[in-house]
Design a protein around this ligand. Sequence first.
Ligand code: GAL
Length: 643
Amino acid sequence: MTQPNLSMKRTLGTCYYPEHWPEDIWEEDARQMAELGLTWVRIGEFAWSRLEPSQGQFNFEWLDRAFDTLHRYGLKVVLGTPTATPPKWVCDKYPDMFARDLQGNLRKFGSRRHYCFSHLGYREQCRDIVTRLAERYGAHPALGAWQTDNEYGCHDTTLSYSDAARSGFQKWLANKYGNDISKLNAAWGNVFWSMEYAGYPEIDLPNLTATEANPAHWLEFRRYTSDQVVAFNRLQCDIIRKYSNAPISHNYMGRITDFDHFKVGADLDIATWDSYPIGFLADRAGASEGKQRHFMRQGDPDFQAFHHDLYRSVGKGRWWIMEQQPGPVNWAPVNPDPLPGMVRLWTWEAFAHGAETVAYFRWRQAPFAQEQMHAGILRPDSAKATAYYEAAQVAEELLQSPTTDCELADVAILFDYDADFSWAALNHVKDGDYFELIFDHYRALRRLGINIDILPASHRNFANYRCIIVPGLMHMDADLLSCLENSDALVIYGPATHSRTETLRISHPLPPNLSNLDVTVARIDTTRGDMPIPLSNGGHALRYREVLEGTATPILTDQQGGAIAVQNGSSVYLGAYLQDETLIQFYNHLLTETNIETLQLPQGLRKRVTKTEEFWFNYDCETMDTPHGTLEPAGVLRVPRKS
Ligand code: GAL
């Protein structure tokens, strides 16, 4: 990862929709935002029908006035391009621009994100509106940053099985494999089940086959789809940069792996993400029922931190929260009120992980349409909601601690979107996808109280790290492998690391084929989630276990003495999913051996260290003990570090 900006000013913001409100209250809104201590206001990202009500009929005057009003109060604007919400006339112009879902059903007009990334006509339409916005606001004194589109991947809209996607995929494959289709047939193993093609126009999308499609077919389709998101985003960035020097961002989501965020991020200046801790607990964090009950009003204690660390890396050091949950949301299976203090805790946790800005979604709760049950900083009647007071407290605290000062961690985990595509394509482990595997490892490390960096598989400079963890990276390029094998750090591979070629064939010699470790995966044993495999140290492996052969020293074994993990010097291979406590003890042993100091934190208490401060966060509903005194539920403790 690029060295994070070590001293960025910490600021607050909000998401505002002037087009939702009578113009005569904009002034008072802006005054109150400034009074609250906000710096940033994101606007515009869904306003296409008001900016261009019909083709070529532009109406920017209201947005000019909104810019000017915010500017008068010293607020800085993040301008969103409105391409997540193509209005009706655009859809009528391109009736085939809608995405199709896995079953081939067409998405309809009437909500948002109904476009297919592959549709070139829609891309051209986006070019037009983005150009107009960039020309008009690119140098506006109130403009502080851009946001492209809104939440690529939201509502499961990245993968599309449309005609546009099919023809785009065929061209993409032809470009990759060249004129000779036999290369593709050989690489995918299409002799199996007589799946050989005579030319690219014969290749369909991998959905709706009688039984599973070839995993290589799926993997290439996932890569193709990801590249369309990159191209769609790049088109907008290229236009914006012609007219504006303001940094460009995109607001990513939690647990969305449908496209390679590192590749999209390469075209952006800032990564932002939308953090809805309580919504995600039931929806995405993979928390057990018991955990969901325990953390119902706080959210998962690690899910936000994981994404903070991921997006710090995607943003090459620069990242924000663009949408912070301010109270109950409207879209999760249940939408509880946060425990008092949680909005402040989430905000400080983001700053502790290096966020420059935390912006609350949204300024005022809307009394109409889909999100009328979603809290804001203000209630629909403009009275202050709970989040107002917690944001005000943070704004006050920031006066004493104005800068963010992240530092590199000792321990890094590699996270790779292509590996996620591969796991999904092979679909071999029930209830255990790649994200979950990585998140299990991350959670275990957090319980040991350490800072973690999340790095892309393209990372090469590991000199600062004392431990590098590489779970599930099925395809690893030779250069990365040699960097890891030559690094002085403790490197922990597996499960499934270095097990497949670029087109998902089992590697030969058999995996993991590491030069520092004599270990071979002889076969794979996947088991029911309620049938854990007991280990000799009292712990358990779960759901997925590789049968390991070779002479490397076992450091974790099953009760019959079969190796679960093996080690040779600073190389370790782990051949299983481990239960949470077992994984924590596995890492505790290895990190302690590497002289990395660990703690054993209770399930609701977390620690994060910056250059200048030690932060403690209490996600629990009980008071917790820390080495610096007790911490009430939703409490944040900040202890200056001695230099
Ligand atoms: C986000 C989205 C916002 C709003 C919000 C509600 O996913 O970007 O526009 O819908 O969720 O929580």
